[in-house]
Ligand binder design. Structure first.
Ligand code: DGP
Length: 141
């Protein structure tokens, strides 16, 4: 565990958190700087930086916790919906380099935006370019 990782220090109990869920491999707690009431972070207890770094069993543990917690968070704050998302790598806006999923409760007319608003300008891609990208993705697994 990197000593300077804030989330590893939360897992170790060295930094307090408002914990809402814990099992052997996952911890969930309220975001210290919430975008909405109930904004929850779901992290792996072991230190990994991005989704692609996770071993498959840990990825399943993380997704299972998100699956269980998302409706629980929505119910707790009487939300109408939620955005569930990862900033996955520094260029995407990830500030804490320890994998964490955000559960952000959403409310009718809260003034927020959909996940489509997070990226930059939309690229113009031809059908051939889309075919090439699809082939590269399916060939790289
Ligand atoms: P991201 O940009 O995806 O890396 O988001 C990091 C989030 O972590 C951000 O919403 C604020 C939250 N955060 C940072 N430090 C702490 C902390 O010490 N405690 C808690 N509860 N949340 C933190």
């Amino acid at each position: 565990m990197p000593n300077d990782c804030i989330f590893c220090q939360i897992v170790a109990g060295d930094i307090p958190s408002k914990t809402v869920y814990e099992d052997d491999s996952v911890l969930a707690f309220l975001d210290v700087n919430p975008l909405a009431p109930g904004h929850t972070l779901v992290i792996t207890k072991d230190h990994y930086e991005t989704l692609g770094d996770l071993p498959e069993d840990t990825a399943m543990d993380l997704f299972s916790a998100l699956h269980e917690l998302t409706p629980a968070v929505e119910t707790a704050v009487d939300a109408d919906a939620s955005n569930v998302a990862f900033n996955n790598g520094e260029a995407s806006g990830q500030e804490v380099p320890h994998i964490h999923g955000h559960i952000i409760p959403r409310f009718e007319d809260d003034g927020g935006k959909p996940i489509h608003a997070v990226a930059g300008d939309r690229p113009e891609l031809s059908d051939d370019e889309l075919d090439e990208i699809a082939a590269d993705i399916s060939g790289s697994q």
